[in-house]
Design a protein around this ligand. Structure first.
Ligand code: GTP
Ligand code: MG
Length: 682
């Protein structure tokens, strides 16, 4: 790694939709700045960005990866983010720590539309960003069409910083919109200045006028010049570009072919000239935090293949030196990263992104400082809710004990995962953002923690209830064995309760026909029975009253009354018309309005009950659909929702209530997973 840094640093995230060429662009940036001497390729699994085994296996990025390089005396740390929505949490966590972002996209209308959630995040957090339209070697739509598609999804004005020169679908050069100088690209070499291509004059003029107008919206002086038809000096345009990009007021657009390094030098030149200095982001983030205590924030937590913990941090203020104690924890070492390679450094100044080792107990998003305990907490990216689940079991039974420690580490690396041990079904359920997300988590369990797992679809936690009252049911337990006998005798009333009331137990015993000390035994017997009803599921919304009974002075015991109660329940519940209940979720789906009708169909097709839908007040062009959805229908809901909405639809859910399963469906459920292991009375 180069150590010729003279003037400051820039931290730049590379973000954008799945497969748009982010990792390839990083490779090219590292190559043209001399940080690597040979370019790797995503297909050959030898790029810096995708150096994690789980990324290499899939030819896609599944976690953020950082790499530092140096250009013209400035250190650039790039953070290559995964594009798949299933790994969006990684991207969001990292984005809050950078000075600017490059949004890489393809010149394809539908793919551009998928940028909307990312643009929203960037604007909500005021993160300066530029767009790099990649794959301009296969651009089969006109430049203006690409720009219009981009404008439609960005709340900030887009300004074309370059005008591409095309030959058919292939980018061959560009016109710099500030200087109006044209350049010709060459394979493996920097671009050359060429005369202005006359055939593009008209288009370029329109695009340039739009750029200047957009900039003038935030600069009165420039506006006056434009109104008076005065050509503004280049320095003024550049100054405005820098100021307005830094304040996230405009979004400059560049074009290129990362695979051929086309457009990559102009991109890094522009970053050097126009990306805001690290102080800009620091001022924005530390707005309310006075003083000069060193402060950093964790953007990502890694467990290296050797098992060491590494925290990628942004140093917001002050200097960190080797062995510094942060939040009471002594750091192991400070490293600059080049993918999975680490270079040890002695100290690091504010405005850099580096990795710190052994920050035990400190999580992604945490604010860390030399003060202890740290009272400061910088805002963190919102945590995504899990939307997809699999039940998991270790392949080897003995591994069960190791599982929870390993999953805890997994969750530290990725907070968009969650897990639970389900109370009713006893399954261990791994929750995440989609199929690939969970497969990656399982790969990590196998590879890093030697915990191969098998998976299956989680059971739906059905319950059962009753429809009818049984006024009196008798249970008598009588057992003679050697010395003491066993005797318990009860009459119970069993009544359905309204939905959601759970269970209650009463007694109306008079005259001590069932002595006080045996009544808890009766309740225990009833509760035990209800844990596994006749259909095979826990019974809820039932009231049981002990109304009568008898006892034996010598042979009665709490245990005998418990058995008597179970016997009464065994007889009584089947007479009370047991029925199956299913959990119903309250869901709020977020979708671009153009897909709302499809979303409504999807919900109805899955037995959903639409409660309403409306435009989102905070997001133009997007709707919120609210519905009840049976949990049994949730398994692939996110997968189908994404496939209907170009991948951008999402949903939020909470458990809401239990509801009777329609008879026909209940028969099917019971045929496949009812009653088989009903432990009742055994
Ligand atoms: N034709 C063409 N293909 C490219 C270009 N840049 C990248 N690709 C190809 O696009 C595919 C995806 O590239 P990546 O660099 O992995 O894309 P990514 O955006 O990092 O993907 P994720 O991180 O998985 O979202 C690979 O097959 C690349 O070779 C380009 O400029 N032109
Ligand atoms: Mg990638």
């Amino acid at each position: 790694m180069n150590e010729k840094v003279k003037s400051g640093s820039r931290n730049v995230a590379i973000v954008g939709p799945y497969l748009s060429g982010k990792t390839t662009l990083l490779e090219s940036l590292l190559f043209v700045t001399g940080a690597i001497s040979r370019k790797g390729n995503v297909k050959d699994s030898n790029t810096v960005g995708d150096s994690a085994a789980e990324s290499r296996d899939r030819h896609m990025s599944v976690e953020v990866s950082a790499a530092s390089t140096e250009y013209n005396g400035t250190r650039f740390t790039f953070v290559d983010c995964p594009g798949s929505v299933e790994f969006a949490q990684e991207t969001y966590n990292a984005l809050i720590g950078v000075d600017a972002a490059i949004v890489v996209c393809e010149p394809i209308r539908d793919r551009v539309l998928t940028l909307a959630p990312l643009f929203k995040f960037l604007d909500d957090w005021e993160i300066p960003h530029i767009v790099f339209v990649n794959k301009m070697d296969r651009a089969n739509i006109h430049v203006l069409e690409t720009l219009n598609a981009l404008k439609a999804v960005s709340s900030r004005p887009l300004v074309a910083h370059q005008y591409p020169i095309m030959q058919g679908e292939q980018l061959t050069g560009f016109i710099d919109m500030v200087s109006e100088q044209a350049y010709q690209y060459h394979p493996g070499a920097p671009a050359d200045p060429i005369p202005f291509p006359e055939n593009l004059k008209e288009e370029e003029h329109i695009a340039r006028a739009q750029m200047l107008e957009a900039l003038a919206n935030f600069d009165d002086h420039l506006l006056e010049e434009l109104l008076e038809d005065i050509e503004p000096p280049q320095e003024e345009i550049l100054k405005d570009l820098k100021m307005e990009l830094g304040a996230d007021l405009v979004v400059p657009v560049f074009f290129g072919v990362a695979e051929q390094d086309y457009g990559v030098r102009p991109l890094i030149e522009a970053l050097l000239r126009e990306a805001p200095e690290p102080e800009t982001a620091a001022e924005r983030r530390l707005k309310n935090i006075k003083g000069d205590t060193p402060i950093a924030q964790v953007l990502k937590t890694f467990y290296t293949p050797q098992g060491g913990k590494l925290s990628l941090v942004r140093v917001w203020r002050g200097k960190l030196t080797d062995g510094v104690v942060l939040n009471g924890v002594r750091t192991g070492g400070i490293y600059r990263l080049m993918g999975q390679q680490q270079q040890l450094v002695n100290e690091v100044a504010a405005g850099e992104i580096v990795a710190l080792s052994r920050l035990e107990g400190i999580k992604t998003g945490d604010t860390i400082s030399t003060e202890q305990p740290s009272a400061m907490q910088l805002p963190k990216a919102e945590q995504l809710e899990p939307v997809y689940a699999l039940a998991i079991t270790p392949e080897k039974r003995n591994d069960e004990v190791k599982l929870s420690a390993a999953i805890t580490k997994l969750l530290e690396e990725d907070c968009s995962l969650a897990w639970e041990q389900h109370g009713d079904t006893h399954e261990v359920i791994l929750w995440g953002q989609g199929e690939i997300h969970l497969q990656v988590a399982l790969d990590r369990l196998r590879r890093k923690y030697n915990l191969p797992m098998t998976t299956h679809l989680p059971q739906v936690p059905y319950k059962e209830t009753i429809r009818k009252t049984v006024a009196s049911v008798h249970g008598r337990y009588k057992h003679q064995s050697g010395g003491h006998g066993q005797f318990g005798d009860v009459f119970l009333e069993i009544k359905p309760l309204p939905r959601g009331e759970g269970f209650n137990f009463n007694e109306t015993i008079v005259g001590g026909v069932v002595p006080r000390q045996y009544i808890p035994g009766v309740e225990m017997g009833v509760r035990e029975f209800l844990a596994h009803g006749p259909l095979g599921f826990p019974v809820v919304d039932v009231a049981v009253t002990l109304t009568n009974g008898s006892y034996h002075t010598v042979d009665s015991s709490e245990q005998a009354f418990k058995q008597a109660a179970r016997l009464a329940m065994q007889t009584g519940i089947p007479q009370a018309q047991p029925t199956l209940l299913e959990p119903i979720l309250h869901v709020e789906v977020t979708t671009p309005s153009e897909f709302t009708s499809k979303v409504l169909q999807l919900l109805s097709g899955r037995r959903g009950q639409i409660l309403g839908y409306e435009g989102r007040s905070d997001w133009q062009g997007w709707d919120k659909v609210v519905a009840y959805l049976p949990q049994a229908e949730m398994q692939n809901f996110i997968v189908e929702l994404r496939s209907l909405t170009l991948g951008v639809g999402s949903f939020h859910w909470v458990y809401d209530h239990l509801q009777e399963v329609p008879d026909k469906l209940a028969e099917r459920v019971l045929a496949t997973n009812g009653n088989g292991n009903n432990g009742n009375g055994k």
